[in-house]
Design a protein around this ligand. Structure first.
Ligand SMILES: *Cc1c(COP(=O)(O)O)cnc(C)c1O
Length: 387
């Protein structure tokens, strides 16, 4: 089979989970638009498929592909990133349990966790870029350490190897949201994480036309628990969405190289720009965790956050560009610009935003794969009109 673990990332991206259709020779995996499957006898499904909430061949191909890219053994797909994150909670937590989280999570993850507090789960938020702070926050009741690195939009990194060691000490699971970095740049399972979660909506699909999520693990026990959640709670992605993601991951390595190359040029340029107060990008030598980023990631990603100094200047930039489109989300081939405090992170209480440094002047860029000269000119033109 092409796309086995001995093959390189790009080869697995194109082939893992997929083989030409044995009946027709079609080189692409079909979109299996079916809800059920005929049985050869009572209780004798033909190829193990009974009902499409439980299994769908297009979904299975995508799950194998994502598992291969993350260096895992099992991929479990969900209808959205948040459904995948919630499945991790449902599969592993009971009332009285404790979760330690990074303090700068995706806004929707924090909103989801607040809902779970009703059921007696306690969440503590700490700056996990400080590994001692993470260590100090862990309790005997801690069941999950939940991290994002780099964070959104503050671009702080957490040392995943150190995080895995702390989780191991108390028998907690280390779950990492790898949406920002993608497996092309960072593979948490290889650094000791138990679970990797994705919003496939972002870089994995990369074309801004699907909402989806997935968990990848090496643990047979976690696979069983998460498969059960997938079947029993039913937040599954449709076959066409799975097919779109499967098509998109074929070019993940190419897209990520282009995103990283563009972001590197733009970050350096903005770093020198007099109208920009500060640039947060792990690839810049003055990023406080540049050394960790160089060690833990193979490149620095396509996301840049800049500090414009005030809400008014942030808004002027975000509404002044021509190519960078004003929108939430990230990771698509087209460049996007947003103001986190008023868009993606508006659901985070104002005092928490303030405490973590998520100020109103921050602007987040998702650098697409357009010509970088056009992107630079677009930003320069917009910046020139701001005083
Ligand atoms: C978008 C996003 C999510 C949520 O995913 P959905 O597919 O929108 O449900 C979770 N984590 C991160 C880092 C994200 O960017």
């Amino acid at each position: 089979m092409i796309g086995e673990t001995s093959d390189g990332f790009g080869t697995r991206a194109v082939h893992a989970g997929q083989a030409p259709d044995p009946e027709t020779g079609a080189i692409m995996t079909p979109v299996f638009l079916t809800s059920t499957y005929v049985q050869d006898g009572v209780g004798e499904p033909r190829q193990g498929h009974e009902y499409a909430r439980v299994t769908n061949p297009t979904r299975t191909a995508m799950e194998i592909n994502l598992a291969s890219l993350e260096g895992g053994d099992h991929g479990i797909a969900f209808a959205s990133g948040l459904a995948a994150i919630e499945a991790i909670l449902k599969a592993n937590l009971a009332s009285g349990d404790h979760v330690v989280c990074g303090d700068n999570l995706y806004g929707g993850s924090e909103r989801l966790f607040r809902f779970w507090e009703r059921y007696g789960i306690r969440f503590d938020y700490v700056d996990t870029s400080d590994i001692e702070a993470l260590h100090a926050a862990v309790l005997p009741a801690t069941k999950i350490i939940y991290l994002e690195t780099p964070t959104n939009p503050l671009m702080q990194l957490t040392d995943l190897r150190a995080g895995a060691a702390i989780a191991g000490e108390v028998g907690a699971l280390l779950a990492v949201d790898n949406t920002f970095a993608t497996p092309y740049l960072q593979r948490p399972l290889e650094l000791g994480a138990d679970l990797v979660v994705h919003s496939t909506t972002k870089y994995l699909n990369g074309h801004s036309d699907v909402v989806g999520g997935a968990v990848v693990t090496r643990s047979a026990d976690q696979n069983e628990r998460l498969r059960y959640q997938q079947m029993a709670t039913g937040a599954v992605p449709g076959p066409l969405d799975c097919w779109l993601v499967l098509r998109a991951t074929k070019t993940l390595h190419l897209r990520m190289r282009a995103h990283c190359a563009g972001a590197r040029v733009i970050a350096s340029h903005l770093d020198e720009h007099p109208a920009v107060e500060r640039v947060l990008y792990p690839g810049l030598a003055d990023h406080p965790q540049h050394e960790l980023a160089s060690r833990q990631m193979s490149d620095f990603g396509g996301m840049i956050t800049i500090d414009m100094g005030s809400a008014a200047r942030a808004e002027a930039l975000a509404t002044g560009t021509r190519i960078f489109a004003l929108a939430e989300s990230l990771g698509g081939v087209e460049s996007l610009i947003s103001v986190p405090a008023r868009m993606t992170h508006a659901s985070v209480p104002a005092e928490r935003r303030k405490a973590m440094g998520l100020t109103d002047g921050l602007v987040r860029l998702s650098v697409g794969v357009e010509d970088v000269d056009d992107l630079l000119a677009d930003l320069d033109r917009a910046l020139a009109s701001i005083d």
